[in-house]
Design a protein around this ligand. Structure first.
Ligand code: HSE
Length: 440
């Protein structure tokens, strides 16, 4: 049988890896797919680069619309990124009856509802394994492997750049800005790292996983997003002394009130496997009612790891494209007419535990006042650590750090009590609040 014909939009790092892996493993991939898979056409504004990536026998064009218009092409791989032209091209490819494979988490997290609806109406597949955690088959796991489960929660380290930075901050005791510069020099962080360090990239990924886990529409606009730019080396050190590591987590949970959907730095107990995911690696923990807790670990980015996910999608589509559209795996794991209207909760309704650091005057009654206000708000304390004033502010210092770990509390209640604590004359600096996930 003639190989299925693929058109590639964007011949960058992942496109290059896709060519290499498809070529290297072509026989095995064919035995799995039941048919050869051939990238017949590549579009990139840099045609010289595209020609180099594609090699002989592949048509190279500068206009992506030539690929979409080609009736021979069955599948379009979109590796352009962003919400601009990529959105137009994906919608045009769908309208032209092409199946789409994309690594574009931003596009799907923000415009997924429109894109999946268009694909459903046209009877084509939009596959996006490469959009979340690179080479880790987490989309496959959520959509198929865990399909028997009522998924309760998932939490992931889903941004390698920030995990690299946090690992370096902990290992070397350096501050954020210094490590960011080093990460940029080593190529771990982009020249403009905003999406990574502000948690937006992780927000896109957890939004997609939340939709798959709970059968809700993709709702990036409802996600609570905080990055790592304000994290101090001091808090990483204190957390360590209390038996925790700080990780940027994407968390989504089913609760009686609705769905939690959030990205923020979190204390994770050092003994948890997730706390020991270091450097640029990614990992996702998923808890299902039947299976219990499962862990998925691997490279979240890079040429061949991401190509591994792109090609897995190509194989899936090759196997399924002749199947009746109604009998394919639904894009978001649940059939589109069976999505849930469970609401994504505002952050004030999230219930979690907290690390609080207060720089206070080292005088009688301060600790009692602080714990008293927490008690009045109904917030239970799990642990307290107080440093010696000399250690914190140098010899003769009259200030100290008070570190408090709380049990679970409602975020809105914590916000209120933090405002009261901040107003105390003995609280000398802005209070640091970092959420804590026990993941048990
Ligand atoms: N920039 C991402 C990361 C990889 O650092 O993990 C692509 O999503």
């Amino acid at each position: 049988m003639k190989p299925i014909q693929v058109g590639l939009l964007g011949a960058g790092t992942v496109g290059s890896g896709t060519f290499k892996v498809l070529k290297r493993n072509q026989e095995e991939i064919k035995r799995r797919a039941g048919r050869g898979i051939e990238i017949a056409m590549v579009a990139d504004i840099d045609t010289a680069r595209a020609r180099e990536v594609a090699g002989e026998g592949v048509k190279v064009v500068s206009d992506a619309r030539e690929v979409i218009a080609n009736p021979e092409i069955d599948i379009v791989i979109e590796l352009i990124g962003g919400y601009g032209i990529a959105k137009q091209l994906v919608l045009e490819a769908i309208a032209a009856g092409k199946h789409v494979v994309t690594a574009n988490k931003a596009l799907l997290a923000v415009h997924g509802t429109e894109i999946f609806a268009a694909a459903h109406a046209r009877g084509v597949m939009v596959a996006f394994e490469a959009a979340v955690a690179g080479g880790i088959p987490i989309i496959k796991a959520l959509r198929e492997g865990l399909t028997a489960n009522s998924i309760q929660w998932l939490a992931g380290i889903i941004n390698g750049t920030t995990n690299f930075i946090l690992s370096e901050m902990r290992d070397k005791g350096l501050d954020f800005a210094t490590v960011l510069k080093e990460a940029q020099r080593l190529g771990y962080a982009e020249a403009d790292p905003t999406f990574d360090i502000e948690g937006v990239d992780a927000g896109h990924k957890v939004t997609l996983m939340s939709a798959l886990a709970f059968g809700i529409p993709v709702q990036f606009d409802k996600a609570h997003i905080e990055g790592i730019t304000k994290l101090a080396a001091q808090d990483i050190k204190y957390a360590e002394q209390l038996g925790y590591r700080i990780k940027l987590l994407g968390v989504t949970k089913r609760t009686a009130k609705g769905i939690e959907l959030r990205v923020h730095p979190s204390l994770v107990p050092s003994k948890r496997l997730l706390a020991n995911v270091e450097g640029a690696m990614n990992a996702v923990v998923v808890h299902g009612d039947a299976v219990g807790t499962t862990l998925y670990y691997g490279k979240g980015a890079g040429s061949e790891p991401t190509a591994s996910a792109v090609i897995a999608d190509l194989v899936d589509i090759t196997r399924l494209h002749t199947a009746d559209a109604a009998h394919r795996v639904p894009h978001l794991a649940f059939h589109p007419d069976a999505l849930s209207d469970l609401q994504v909760l505002p952050m004030s309704e999230v219930v979690t535990s907290y690390y609080l650091r207060l720089r206070v005057a080292d005088q009688a009654g301060v600790l009692a006042k602080v714990t008293g206000l927490l008690a009045t708000a109904g917030i239970s304390i799990d642990a307290v650590l107080q440093r010696e004033a000399d250690e914190v502010g140098g010899e003769g210092s009259t200030q100290t750090d008070l570190i408090i770990l709380t049990h679970d509390a409602r975020e809105g209640t914590v916000n209120d009590v933090l405002a009261e604590l901040q107003a105390l004359p003995t609280v000398l600096e802005p209070i640091v609040r970092i959420r804590k996930e026990e993941l048990s």
